[in-house]
Design a protein around this ligand. Structure first.
Ligand code: 4FV
Length: 225
């Protein structure tokens, strides 16, 4: 998807190795933490130099600068949708134990992809790039497909089925074979609410639920008691 989007000119992606902008003769990008402690930290100079050389003065940069770290704001579909409206994004990827604190001053937003620790910020950056760029019109082919995403309306997605009708004794729900679009819409909405109720009750608070949803949710709660 993203490769094709780049070929179609929908997306431009470049990677900058800030070691190329390190000042020391050995091109060091990391150093020991003041105050002691295990591991190494990313130095500010190589990253500031790289930013200035590649993107120009920070204050004149038109886009959003993102810094990937476990201390960041959890990356969500809502954030992906807001970032997809930006023309330019610059993503700073951590390494070693993390960043010298002064590097954070370059960032508009600090993002985390989850409460776990990785070896580098590159994979988190790729997660953000994928989650954001698939929302660019034209990247996913007919745009409708991401409108029915999980989280598109704050709920988990309903179950999906395709051929064959029966597999290993597992049947496709009759309602999906009925051709009755209203019945299908109601079933999908109810199953979306059921899955969210069973797996991510925390999401319901933030979801904009209609009166019809509340009734469906009551049915679900009764059925799942
Ligand atoms: C991370 C995350 C993450 C921390 C130490 C890179 C690592 C190393 N980034 N969401 N989770 N980063 O684990 O964004 O520098």
């Amino acid at each position: 998807m993203l490769g094709r989007a780049r070929e179609q000119g929908l997306l431009r992606l470049s990677v900058v190795n800030f070691r190329d902008y390190a000042e020391s003769k050995h091109k060091n990008v990391d150093d020991e933490p003041y105050g002691g402690g295990a591991g190494m930290l990313l130095k500010p100079e190589p990253i500031y130099n790289a930013f200035a050389s590649v993107l120009g003065p920070r204050e004149a940069y038109p886009g959003k600068v993102l810094l990937m770290s476990p201390q960041g704001t959890p990356f969500t579909q809502r954030i992906a949708e807001s970032l997809a409206k930006e023309d330019d994004l610059a993503i700073l990827c951590g390494h070693y134990e993390g960043f010298d604190e002064r590097i954070r001053h370059l960032a508009d937003m600090e993002l985390s992809i989850g409460d776990y620790v990785l070896t580098g910020g590159e994979l988190p950056a790729m997660v953000v790039i994928d989650g954001v760029c698939r929302l660019i019109p034209g990247v996913l082919g007919e745009d409708a497909s991401h409108q029915a995403d999980s989280y598109a309306d704050g709920l988990l997605e309903h179950p999906h089925y395709t051929r064959p009708r029966q597999y290993l004794g597992m049947d496709v729900p009759d309602v999906l074979l009925s051709g009755n679009h209203e019945e299908i819409r109601l079933w999908r909405r109810k199953e979306s609410l059921r899955r969210t109720w069973l797996r991510r009750r925390d999401l319901l608070a933030g979801a904009d639920l209609s009166a019809e949803d509340m009734k469906l949710l009551d049915d679900v709660k009764r059925e799942e008691e």
